[in-house]
Design a protein around this ligand. Structure first.
Ligand code: NOJ
Length: 574
């Protein structure tokens, strides 16, 4: 508590775990690593990543200090949304391999002490699934597996969709089917039909899918697009959002009060948690659920459930991704980190996400100079850290021309606007080394092109270099093992317009001071003006690539100089 009192007056303070003497669970101290299977490692030379490829590269995860990985979908799929349009939840798509390959991956991961999570996509299935085909034909029990609605007629008697709801990928969320003379709902691509969660068979089917994979030994799920599970039963039109940048066909044109975060959704997540807990209690190894919900703060926290009826172990914290840009000031960093820390309900576990397969790469979104600082933010703030494959080496977005574009969200936007929406740039193959296709594939052509910077931006080079993003990343992961980072209090401050800093402290343990200069020029700051109780000098334990702050040297906390975009983690005792 001592530190909380010390720091309280000057910086924003959070005492998460200060009082907690309980052991932390595996998912709380770990780094969760997202593997995008199509782009991780191609073992058979067809230009697309696969399960055997992931198994071959598990050593990399171990070397980086990762403790758990989640795989974007590997199930049978026509591939319209690259696996997020599943046609059979319990079969592996031959593109990625076989169930034996998954079992091998699981057992290899287990040997290395890595947990393995799958992606559960409960909101929608492919229109090529048996469920959908039978539903179109009204074959029971599938008849009402989807959200089928009769058309409206306009004044000329012309058929119209039942309301104004829009798809996340642009355009109406309703698609007409002649056979049924009805529209079905699709909140993503036309080929991704929304399941009807008001149908008890659907609820049971998804629980059976969870059980199937848990029985195969999986450690849990990342749950896709959970906000979309239920919709307003009265099918009311959604109000306009007032977003001046949105076209009438863009999903952001409307405010999603009737299609997202409906009350029943939270209950469903709690039901899933009960199912997971059933498995966890059998062998005392926690099966986890991390939910994907791009939502406002209130709704985000609702996915955690309550103390009596817990929901997700955590729901991804997308606030840094959504609000931090290359123009952000230290105040922005302070506001967005303290927003989360201040508001997270007591007992709920924080987490930090800086990248995923739906968001531009950190190097391109925030700037190449801030790669190390952003990794430090994710890895040293209190809670679980999440890394998207490639962020540990600071991979950059790849330019993808309109002709090369394959992402449905990009394609739907058309040649003029595709770059505003396409997620292809952040999905290009992992850059392992400087050989053919960056060591990702033996094929010269890959499903998305390899970034031409792979000759100098690749893992092997960063392992060989004295100073590299990867080396910094590994040092940060090591710091996470300390009691201070795992359990310490957190104090954040915009020290100046350019320098954001946070201090992690725990009674009887070393204190860590993390400072990042997000500005464009070097800056010398007095950290003691923002944080009282700091040691006068502290030792450099990690510094960004190219920093003049040498590891092991002592720095004065009242006059710390950071290069433009530089970050440093200092260790000291008070
Ligand atoms: C969220 C996934 O992350 C994204 O890639 C996908 O397109 C949508 N959900 C639909 O499943």
């Amino acid at each position: 508590m001592k530190f909380l009192i010390y720091f309280f007056l000057l910086a924003t303070s959070f005492a998460f775990f200060a009082s907690g003497k309980d052991a932390l669970d595996w998912w709380q101290t770990t780094v969760l690593y997202q593997v995008y299977p199509r782009s991780f490692k191609d073992s058979d030379g067809n230009g697309v990543g696969d399960l055997k490829g992931i198994t071959q590269k598990l050593d990399h995860l171990k070397d980086a200090g990762i403790g758990a990985l989640w795989l974007s979908p590997i199930f049978t799929s026509p591939g319209v949304d690259f696996g997020y349009d599943i046609s059979n939840y319990t079969q592996i798509d031959p593109l990625f391999g076989t169930i034996e390959d998954l079992r091998e991956l699981k057992s290899a991961a287990e040997k290395l002490g890595l947990k393995l999570l799958l992606d559960l996509v409960p909101n929608h299935v492919s229109n090529e699934s048996e469920w959908f085909k039978k539903s179109v034909q009204k074959i029971d029990p599938y008849t009402d597996y989807f959200v089928w609605v009769d058309p409206k007629k306009d004044e000329n008697g012309t058929r119209q969709p039942p309301n104004n709801w829009l798809s996340d990928f642009g355009g109406s969320a309703w698609e007409w089917r002649e056979e049924r003379q009805q529209y079905y709902l699709h909140q993503f691509a036309v080929q991704q039909a929304d399941l009807n969660y008001r149908n008890k068979h659907v609820v049971q089917e998804i629980k059976d899918v969870m059980r199937y994979w848990l029985d195969q030994g999986m450690d849990g799920f990342r749950v896709d697009a959970v906000t979309f599970l239920f919709e307003d039963e009265q099918l009311r039109d959604e109000p306009l959002s007032g977003d001046p940048g949105a076209e009438p066909t863009d999903q952001s044109y409307l405010k999603h009060v009737y299609t997202q975060n409906q009350p029943a959704t939270f209950d469903m997540v709690q039901q899933w948690r009960a199912l997971l807990d059933e498995y966890s209690s059998k062998d005392h190894s926690t099966r986890v659920m991390f939910t994907e919900a791009y939502a406002d703060l209130d709704n985000t926290f609702k996915y955690y459930g309550t103390k009596e009826r817990p929901g997700a172990h955590f729901t991804f914290n997308f606030f840094v991704i959504e609000y931090i840009k290359n123009t952000s000031t230290a105040d922005d960093y302070e506001n967005i980190t303290s927003l989360w820390l201040k508001n997270i309900p007591a007992g709920d576990w924080p987490n930090w996400v800086v990248g995923n397969h739906d968001q531009h790469r950190v190097a391109s979104r925030v700037g190449p100079g801030l790669v190390d600082a952003m990794n430090a933010l994710a890895l040293l703030m209190p809670g679980t850290a999440v890394t998207y494959n490639g962020e540990e080496i600071g991979m950059e977005d790849t330019f993808i021309s309109w002709n090369q574009t394959v992402d449905p969200q990009g394609l739907n936007a058309g040649p003029q606007r595709y770059q505003l929406f396409s997620r292809d740039p952040e999905r290009t193959p992992f850059q392992w080394d400087n050989t053919t296709s960056a060591g990702f594939s033996t094929s010269n052509t890959t499903w998305l092109p390899v970034n031409s910077n792979y000759k100098w931006l690749n893992l092997q080079k960063q392992q060989e270099d004295e100073d590299s993003h990867y080396k910094v990343y590994k040092q940060l992961v090591q710091l996470r093992k300390t009691k201070t980072i795992q359990r310490g209090t957190t104090h954040t401050a915009a020290v100046t317009q350019q320098v954001f800093a946070f201090v992690r402290a725990l009674d009887g343990e070393v204190t860590y001071i993390v400072a990042m200069n997000v500005g464009n020029s070097s800056a010398t700051v007095d950290l003691t003006r923002s944080f009282s109780g700091l040691p006068a000098t502290a030792t450099v334990v990690v510094a960004s690539v190219g920093s003049t702050l040498v590891r092991g040297t002592n720095q004065t906390t009242s006059a710390l100089t950071l290069a433009a975009k530089g970050f440093v983690a200092l260790e000291g005792r008070t």
